[in-house]
Design a protein around this ligand. Structure first.
Ligand code: SAH
Length: 433
């Protein structure tokens, strides 16, 4: 267990106690019996060993962050607390290798033999503190500096200064960090709870970015609502008679604005708006021609050409609109040169509507129709049906994938009676996006 010569029984280890007792307490016969020279030599050797061992037993391992050995309270504390936890360290301290540590002061054994009575470390202790710091600069640089102020304060106040073992010091730092993190986490929780509570009671909403997300969400919801309303109104217009459509907007004028916003958005997605084609056409014709715009919307035609334009719609989006059902417009018979239905053949009573157009058109006058392409199940049947109403086909433009355009001229009065299934255009219903 111990390498030091003369310590083990086999090496005459009992001589240690005897050597220590000599010359004052040793029985006389032992002193007499032992050869003088060798006895003194052995005694010196054993004394030196004992000194080293004693010194090392009260000196911390060299890696210790704190100057522990010189502080008795710390020692007793360490012995009481850490000592129980650190038998390995104590064993290390007893190793002869530790005795050769530069931290061991030559005069230390006497100070280490018993618990230190006072708080003030002795000069040897202070020296060791320095030495041990020099041994482990990394540790000493970290640990003792933090502890120093409180230690100095304690020392100044004359109170016992508690010093910690390396392990204790680490635990303390760990606990400090834990406390700090706990506090931080607590603060985080508070904020989080505040937000949560804010959402519930409205208190925390002030902490949120002011109304931006809710504003965006609200706008999106409103847009969806408007889209749904547009689809509903649009469907009503295509699946009911012109009289019913008129009643719908009379009951709910706001619905008209919603419908028109939706309509403008839908047509805005097209590469070309058919109303512009019609405007182009009129601009290429004499300005003297009187025009009747059935289902004029926002009066684009009337505001874009020099011609006299009668604009009819169910609700007035513009002052130039005459509010009426297009199946019964306030115009004299054969009073206009051009009748226009731009995306406006909406009711289920198209025969009635087209007969009204025939009525106001002068003979030879032009019926212009622009309609959503997908509404036509049978173009030939449609053209044939219109022909039955006193018109003949002049031109048709089916090139555009979104809308078809037809030009008819009035040939006479509508033929009486009979059904015209070719006039039944599909309703133009928009899909929910
Ligand atoms: N021609 C315009 C608007 C087309 S939207 C343009 O191309 O920009 C279809 C229009 O027809 C709507 O404004 C709608 O209100 C109108 N409309 C539908 N049925 C109608 C009816 N029975 N009487 C009058 N206008 C009608």
């Amino acid at each position: 267990m111990f390498d030091e010569g003369g310590w083990n029984k086999e090496d005459g280890g009992e001589a240690l106690s005897q050597a220590l007792l000599c010359p004052r307490h040793r029985p006389a016969q032992h002193c007499i019996l032992a050869p003088r020279g060798s006895l003194q030599k052995q005694r010196r050797r054993l004394l030196a060993t004992l000194q080293r061992l004693e010194a090392s037993s009260c000196t911390d391992p060299p890696q210790s962050p704190g100057p522990l050995s010189g502080d008795s309270e710390s020692e007793s504390d360490s012995a009481g607390r850490a000592g129980r936890k650190q038998p390995r360290k104590q064993r290390q301290g007893l190793k002869p290798r530790a005795a050769s540590s530069p931290g061991v002061a030559p005069g230390a054994p006497s100070a280490c033999g018993a618990p230190h009575p006072g708080p003030e470390p002795g000069p040897a202790g202070r020296r060791r503190r320095k030495d041990s710091a020099a041994e482990a600069p990394g540790d000493s640089a970290r640990a003792p500096r933090k502890e120093q102020p409180s230690r100095e304060l304690g020392a100044a106040a004359g109170r016992p200064v508690p010093l910690l073992t390396r392990k204790q010091w680490r635990n303390k730092q760990k606990n400090k960090r834990r406390q700090k993190n706990k506090f931080k986490a607590g603060a985080g929780q508070d904020v989080g709870q505040g937000l949560g509570a804010g959402q519930d009671v409205g208190q925390g909403t002030s902490a949120l970015p002011p109304s931006e997300p809710s504003g965006v969400l609200r706008a999106r919801m409103e847009e969806r609502l408007q889209s749904a309303r547009f689809r509903y109104i649009n469907q009503q217009l295509y699946t009911s008679s012109s009289q019913e459509a008129a009643q719908l907007f009379q009951r709910d004028p706001a619905a008209f604005a919603i419908y028109h916003r939706g309509f403008a958005r839908q047509v805005g997605r097209w590469p070309e708006n058919p109303v512009h084609r019609i405007i182009q056409y009129l601009r290429g014709r004499p300005a003297s021609l009187v025009v009747a715009d059935f289902g004029c919307g926002d009066c684009k035609i009337a505001t874009s050409v020099r011609n006299k334009v009668h604009s009819f719609d169910l609700v007035a989006l513009s002052p130039c609109v005459t509010v009426c059902d297009m199946a019964k417009v306030p115009l004299a018979d054969e009073s206009v040169d051009v009748t226009v239905f731009c995306l406006a053949l909406m009711g289920t009573n198209l025969r009635e509507i087209l007969e009204e157009a025939n009525r106001v058109l002068r003979p030879g006058g032009t019926l212009k129709v622009a309609e959503v392409a997908s509404r036509f199940a049978d173009i030939r049947a449609f053209v044939s049906a219109v022909t039955q109403l006193g018109f003949q086909i002049v031109s048709k433009d089916l090139d555009n994938p979104f809308f078809y355009m037809f030009d008819f001229s009035k040939t006479g009065q509508p033929r009486a009676g009979g059904s015209l299934p070719g006039l039944a255009l599909r309703p133009c219903l928009y899909k929910k996006r």
